[in-house]
Design a binder for this molecule. Structure first.
Ligand SMILES: C[S@@+](CC[C@H](N)C(=O)[O-])C[C@H]1O[C@@H](n2cnc3c(N)ncnc32)[C@H](O)[C@@H]1O
Length: 220
């Protein structure tokens, strides 16, 4: 799966691409991520990408020209791409959506806003979809873009060491109120709290029943 990331602060992603399963997926070419900085697509001699809002109000707004130009450029090199603007006003990213997104043959171009957001004409002209991550306002779209890449990449074959991890998970249960079962590892006892005996029994049928009955309730 291919991702293009449009961000004024691509350095934020340096730790993201050089650690853990994302690094492994990149090294094995299971996914690719290309970064584009709108600052490199402005004709302004000061490379200015933002300006004050028409009508007044707090903060600065990202100007349309650099964003429009960067999308045009990406579409020239990668014509089959879906432009996603990470936005608090977008559709909430759910696990079912993540699963659908992972099936795409086209790339995703993830646009991270900053300041007070982007000129509305950019959304109207260039954006296929607006996606929100959680129900709170962040400082920029970079963290949601990373979350999107992680969540979707988990469904790309061979990205996870164990594909069974995708089968029984929170958000994919028959009951939407329930999450995954409680997990334990060594030591068997900690501060006098013991791992449930059944998990040490070796009886897979009983373990399965215990896990089904003891699924964690999702806190909302
Ligand atoms: C400070 S926010 C702007 C918030 C905007 N004024 C509003 O009220 O929705 C700057 C950028 O962060 C990103 N952002 C903030 N919260 C987000 C969220 N919950 N999900 C996705 N993107 C978010 C968007 O790209 C946004 O343009």
């Amino acid at each position: 799966l291919r991702f293009n990331v449009v961000s004024l602060f691509p350095e934020i992603f340096s730790g993201f691409v050089s650690n853990g399963l994302i690094k492994r997926a990149l090294d094995k070419s299971l996914i690719s991520i290309n970064f584009y900085n709108p600052r490199n697509f402005t004709k302004d001699k000061h490379r200015r990408v933002d300006d004050s809002p028409y009508g007044g109000g707090a903060g600065m707004v990202l100007r349309i020209e650099p964003l429009y130009n960067v999308i045009q450029h990406i579409k020239e090199v990668d014509p089959c791409t879906r432009v996603v603007y990470l936005s608090a006003a977008g559709k909430q990213l759910t696990q079912n959506l993540v699963n659908d997104y992972s099936q795409s043959d086209c790339s995703y171009t993830l646009v991270a806003g900053r300041y007070e957001g982007v000129d509305q004409r950019f959304i109207d002209l260039c954006v296929d979809e607006e996606l929100a991550f959680g129900a709170s306002i962040l400082m920029g779209g970079e963290v949601p873009a990373m979350a999107f890449i992680e969540a979707v990449s988990r469904y790309v074959p061979d990205v996870l060491g164990n594909s069974e991890s995708l089968v029984i998970e929170t958000f994919l249960q028959d009951d939407p109120e329930l999450g995954e079962y409680p997990q334990y590892t060594k030591p068997r006892s900690f501060l006098k709290i013991d791992v449930p005996d059944v998990l040490l029994s070796g009886n897979h049928q009983e373990i399965e029943i215990w896990r089904k009955v003891n699924r964690r309730k999702i806190n909302r």
